[in-house]
Design a protein around this ligand. Structure first.
Ligand SMILES: [Fe+2]
Length: 517
C-alpha cells in the first residue's frame, strides 16, 4: 500500500479512504469504483465540491483526471502542522499539597437519557410524521396553557358566545398580517376550526406583543367577540415559564461553560484555549479560590470545525481530518482534572446529522472522548440534573431562524433564549433554513422548566436570568470567519462564564482581552 495516496501516512489506508468516502457521502456524491485512489488530501475536497457544483452525482476516474489536467490553481493547503499538544501525566503537581474543594466532593450529575434522541432516530420525513409532530406539539404546548386558563373553542365562539361577550381561545398561528387600518390580524387554528384575532394598534404594549407573534406559535388570546369567527384581543399568553426565582443548587460549587471551539479551523485561538485549560487545571494557581470549586464543564457543541460545513470552508481549515479534529480537542480536554465532569453536546459543525434534534457525536468519531471517565456525551437538546438543578443543553441551530423571524439582535443570544422559553419550544420556526425532523417524542419542546439553559451557535456570548432560569451562551474560541463577516456575526472569543450553582450568579473569566472579533 506504499504507493497509495494516503491522506495521513500514520493511518491505515482504510481509515484514510473512509474520510474521503464520508465526505463524498456528506455531499451526496458517489465514487466510481477505482476512483478513490486518485483522490488524496490535497485535492479530495476541491474535486468533490467541484463535481457537486458541476451537477454530477458520480465522480469517475475520468472526471478526476480532467480536473487535475485543467486545474492550474488548486487552493494551496497550509501544510504546517498544528503543534502537537503534550498531554501531561494527568493532574497536577502544583496542588498535591493543597486541598481542592471540587476534588473532595462527589459529582452530583444524572443524565436524562429519556429526553435525548441519541439511539432513537426513527423518522424518515413522511408527511404523516410531520402531521403527528405538529399535533403532538399543539397538544403539549396547549396543555401547558390549559393548566393555567379555562379555554373555550372556535366552535363556542360561533355557537354560544354573543357579540361583545368575553372569550378565551387557544390556537396555533396560521398567518399574521397587518390590516389596511394598521391593526394586526392573526389567523389561528384550534383543531375544531379557525378564527381570527385582531390586535388593535391603539394599545402599544399589546400591539408590540402582537408584532412578536410568529407563524406556528401556540398562543392563548383573551378578548371579546366582534362577529362570526373573529375576536378583538385584549391579552395574549404563551405557554411560558412560571414566575419563580432561581431554585439554588445543593452545594456551593461552580460550573463553567465553553462552546464553539471549532478546533480544526485556522481561526481557532490555540494559545488562549491552552491558557484556559491551564487555568481550569490549576496549573498556575490563578483565581485558586474560585477554580477549586469548579466541578462541572458544559460544552454545548461545535467542539470541532468539521469539514465541508459552509462554502469555501477549505480555505479556513487547518486540520483536514475529522478524526484528527476530535483527537486534538480530546488532547486538550484530557488535561483537565478528572474530578471535573465534562458534558458535551453536538453542534452543526460536529460529525452528526445537521437536522434537530441531533444525537450525540458517536464513538466512531470521538472514541477518545468516550474513553474519558469524566466525559458525558449527550444529544442536542440534552437534559441532565446537576446538583439537583434541571439543566438543558441545546446547541442553538434554530437561533438564527428565530432572530430573523422576531427581528432580535444577533449579538444578544439571551434574547433568543428567552423567546424559546416563552414558547417552551427550542425550534418554534418552521420552514426556515434550519432543518428539523419530526422525531417521535417531542424532543424540541421544553416540557419541564429548566434551572440552567445553555446554548452555543451564536458566537457572541450572553448571560441572563429568565423567570428563575439562568441563561448562558458562552461565545466561541474562533475568530471571525469570512462567512460570519458576510452574515454580520460578531464573535466574542475567549470568555468563560463561571456559574455559582448555589446562587445562580455568573462571573466571567476573559482569556482574550479586548478581542471583539
Ligand atoms: Fe459555532
Amino acid at each position: 500500500m506504499n504507493s497509495s495516496p494516503l491522506l495521513y501516512s500514520s493511518r491505515e489506508a482504510n481509515a484514510s479512504y473512509k474520510v474521503i468516502v464520508d465526505y463524498a457521502k456528506l455531499k451526496q456524491m458517489v465514487l466510481e469504483p477505482g476512483a478513490l485512489v486518485d483522490l488524496d488530501k490535497t485535492n479530495y475536497i476541491q474535486i468533490i465540491d467541484q463535481a457537486c457544483d458541476d451537477g454530477f452525482f458520480v465522480i469517475t476516474k475520468e472526471y478526476i483526471a480532467n480536473y487535475k489536467r485543467l486545474q492550474t490553481n488548486i487552493i494551496p493547503v497550509d501544510e504546517k502542522p498544528m503543534e502537537r499538544i503534550e498531554v501531561p501525566d494527568k493532574f497536577v503537581e502544583v496542588q498535591r499539597s493543597k486541598h481542592i474543594y471540587a476534588q473532595e466532593i462527589d459529582a452530583d450529575i444524572k443524565i436524562k437519557h429519556e429526553c435525548d434522541v441519541t439511539g432513537k432516530l426513527s423518522t424518515i420525513g413522511k408527511i404523516s410524521e410531520f402531521q403527528e409532530y405538529f399535533r403532538d406539539r399543539y397538544d403539549t404546548l396547549g396543555g401547558m396553557l390549559r393548566k393555567r386558563f379555562s379555554v373555550q373553542t372556535s366552535r363556542d365562539l360561533n355557537k354560544h358566545i354573543q357579540k361583545n361577550e368575553d372569550i378565551t381561545l387557544l390556537g396555533m398561528v396560521k398567518e399574521k398580517n397587518i390590516t389596511k387600518n394598521g391593526n394586526i390580524l392573526v389567523q389561528l387554528d384550534d383543531l375544531e376550526g379557525e378564527f381570527k384575532a385582531v390586535i388593535m394598534q391603539k394599545d402599544p404594549v399589546l400591539f408590540d406583543a402582537g408584532l412578536h407573534i410568529a407563524n406556528d406559535d401556540v398562543i392563548l388570546v383573551k378578548g371579546v367577540k366582534l362577529g362570526e369567527g373573529i375576536v378583538i384581543v385584549n391579552d395574549i399568553s404563551y405557554p411560558d415559564m412560571p414566575n419563580r426565582t432561581f431554585r439554588k443548587g445543593n452545594r456551593e460549587c461552580y460550573a463553567i461553560a465553553i462552546s464553539d471551539m471549532h478546533l480544526g479551523s485556522k481561526l481557532f485561538y490555540e494559545d488562549a484555549f491552552q491558557r484556559f485549560i491551564d487555568w481550569v487545571s490549576l496549573k498556575n494557581n490563578d483565581d485558586f479560590d474560585i477554580v477549586e470549586k469548579i466541578k462541572y464543564l458544559f460544552v454545548p457543541g461545535d467542539i470541532v470545525d468539521g469539514i465541508g460545513v459552509y462554502p469555501q470552508q477549505i480555505n479556513e481549515l487547518k486540520v483536514f481530518d475529522i478524526y484528527e479534529q476530535y483527537e486534538r480537542i480530546t488532547a486538550y480536554l484530557e488535561q483537565i482534572p478528572e474530578y471535573i465532569q465534562i458534558i458535551i453536546g453536538p453542534g452543526n459543525h460536529d460529525a452528526v446529522r445537521l437536522a434537530d434534534p441531533q444525537p450525540a457525536v458517536s464513538k466512531e468519531y470521538a472514541k477518545q472522548l468516550y474513553e474519558m471517565k469524566n466525559v458525558h456525551m449527550v444529544g442536542s437538546p440534552g437534559w441532565l440534573e446537576v446538583e439537583g438543578l434541571k439543566t438543558l443543553l441545546y446547541h442553538g441551530s434554530s437561533m438564527f431562524s428565530i432572530q430573523g423571524a422576531l427581528k432580535l439582535e444577533k449579538t444578544k443570544p439571551e434574547l433568543t433564549m428567552k423567546e424559546m422559553l416563552r414558547r417552551r419550544d427550542l425550534s418554534p420556526i418552521f420552514g426556515a433554513r434550519h432543518p428539523i425532523l419530526p422525531e417521535k417524542g417531542g424532543y424540541m419542546l421544553i416540557k419541564e422548566e429548566p434551572d440552567l439553559f445553555l446554548t452555543g451557535h451564536i458566537h457572541s456570548n450572553g448571560y441572563d436570568n429568565y423567570k428563575g432560569c439562568v441563561l448562558i451562551n458562552p461565545g466561541t474560541w474562533q475568530g471571525q470567519t469570512i462567512y460570519q463577516v458576510e452574515q454580520g456575526h460578531v464573535p466574542t472569543p475567549g470568555r468563560v462564564p463561571i456559574i455559582n450553582l448555589s446562587t445562580g450568579k455568573i462571573n466571567e473569566k476573559v482569556f482574550i482581552d479586548g478581542v471583539k472579533i
